[in-house]
Design a binder for this molecule. Structure first.
Ligand SMILES: Nc1ncnc2c1ncn2[C@@H]1O[C@H](COP(=O)(O)OP(=O)(O)OP(=O)(O)O)[C@@H](O)[C@H]1O
Length: 246
């Protein structure tokens, strides 16, 4: 059973620089987590008391101002960060597209990176090899698939990341502003694949400032502010897979 459940999750980043704030615990603006002290150390409280539950078929849009904690939450869901408080329970294979360079080895070729990424996400070597031709074709990288990843342009890296992450039918797909890096033709193609993915009963968590993408993909919307959940809305009449008018 595919599911995501967070109970009172908190995450504090340690600040190693010595800050000379006039009032260390005072909020200075609407952006970012709260700067304070925890266990005698200076920290940014990027997430605080975050609780929500998702089940198969849910597509959650994460919104909120810069520094609200969206990327941090994606990293917690992907297992890059352990929460400093609360619990995270995830059932299902997770793949992520929130920093196209995450999980890629610079020295390895595109092809090898597809394998490594698939293995990390819980797929078998045989499953990955079966999908390999489709992944390469979708990326349109041609001969560059056998060239080291470190030589790729940003858009080429985005093509590899998107093709690999979506071809393996992730049960849970975490995404950030992935679409911006590819060229217009690839973005259009990527949007179509997103629609197909949205039709399948997985879970998608998409952090974005792009309202039309959010409208087209998501059935739920969570607003974060200063690391806290400000609202969690289920859209009542969402037509799944509707393409955005941009
Ligand atoms: N490595 C880090 N060390 C210290 N603080 C960090 C670190 N990464 C993020 N933060 C802080 O955590 C808070 C949340 O950042 P996060 O990147 O999760 O925000 P976001 O909602 O994704 O923002 P944006 O919309 O700008 O991408 C911010 O206050 C940021 O300064």
């Amino acid at each position: 059973m595919i599911s995501v459940k967070l109970d009172n999750v908190g995450l504090a980043y340690r600040l190693y620089e010595k800050l000379t704030l006039t009032a260390p615990d005072r909020r200075l603006g609407g952006l970012g987590g709260k700067i304070g002290r925890s266990g005698g150390k200076q920290v940014v409280q990027a997430l605080e008391d975050v609780s929500f539950e998702l089940k198969a078929g849910d597509r959650l849009g994460l919104v909120g101002p810069n520094g609200a904690g969206k990327t941090t939450l994606l990293k917690v869901l992907y297992g890059i960060y352990q929460p400093s408080a609360g619990t995270v329970s995830i059932e299902g294979k997770v793949d992520a597209l929130f920093n196209i360079n995450i999980g890629f080895r610079p020295e390895a070729t595109g092809r090898r990176n597809i394998v490594l990424r698939g293995l990390i996400s819980g797929w078998t070597e045989a499953e990955i090899q079966e999908k390999m031709p489709e992944i390469i074709a979708f990326s349109e990288l041609g001969d560059f698939i056998d060239v080291p990843f470190k030589t790729y342009s940003q858009g080429m890296a985005a093509r590899l990341a998107f093709s690999a992450a979506t071809a393996l039918d992730p049960e849970i797909l975490l995404m950030d502003e992935w679409i911006g890096a590819g060229d217009a033709q690839f973005q259009e193609k990527a949007k179509r694949r997103m629609d197909e993915l949205a039709e399948k009963a997985g879970i998608i968590v998409l952090a974005t400032h792009n309202e039309s993408l959010l409208e087209s993909v998501c059935t739920k919307r969570m607003t974060l502010k200063n690391g806290k959940v400000e609202s969690f809305i289920t859209k009542p009449t969402k037509k799944v897979g509707t393409r955005a008018k941009t």
